[in-house]
Design a binder for this molecule. Structure first.
Ligand code: ZN
Length: 200
């Protein structure tokens, strides 16, 4: 960003008065352009004992499998965004229940927050959208664990199959940090209904 969207004046990078972080600021009209984390919303679409995965047609991690998810758009709620992404990437219609919110991941290194919702497939009609090569249902023992695109997706899937055995699906939040070798460290920091949870 070089020029102000409001007055076309030059943008500088400095700490505004009363702030403690570097910001992009316009010297002419005093507007501050804040940069904040992005929300990525998606679903874990299931049907009986199977879950629906999409094989990515785009970088990053092209060719690997993921859950349908993407950036929230302005003007939509998190769950509307998750339904939209599920339709766009998997051509699938799903039903959200009142307890659908499932996993939340904080990724401070890359300024993202992920939200996944459990969502039952409304029908077995689905087809790959432009961002997917293939869309397919998998039982737990069929999941291509070595070919899952993202650590947040792998964690959500493993959690889901564990929870499914108990038929109990608490909402869990994880902090994800990356080592210099880009290895994800995923730490559970909150779990609904667990008063004994003392990891925080
Ligand atoms: Zn300006």
């Amino acid at each position: 960003m070089k020029y102000c969207q409001h007055c076309a004046g030059p943008i500088t990078h400095h700490i505004p008065p009363g702030d403690d972080k570097l910001r992009y600021c316009c010297l002419s009209c005093d507007v501050v352009f804040y940069q904040n984390p992005n929300n990525i919303v998606g679903t874990l679409p299931y049907f009986g004992d199977q879950v629906l995965l999409c094989r990515r047609a785009i970088e990053p991690r092209k060719g690997l499998w993921t859950l349908p998810a993407g950036f929230m758009e302005n003007g939509e709620t998190s769950w509307q965004g998750a339904l939209r992404e599920t339709d766009e990437e998997a051509g699938a219609q799903v039903t959200l229940l009142p307890d659908s919110l499932y996993t939340i991941f904080n990724l401070p290194n890359i300024n993202q927050v992920y939200l996944f919702f459990r969502a039952e497939l409304s029908s077995l009609l689905f087809e790959p959208g432009t961002e997917s090569l293939e869309v397919k249902l998998f039982r737990e023992d069929e999941i291509p664990w070595q070919e899952i695109a993202f650590a947040v997706v792998k964690t959500t899937l493993r959690q889901y199959f564990d929870d499914r055995r108990q038929q109990y699906y608490p909402v869990r939040m994880y902090d994800v940090t990356y080592s210099p070798e880009r290895k994800a460290d995923i730490k559970l920091v909150s779990e609904s209904g667990n008063k004994n949870f003392a990891e925080i």
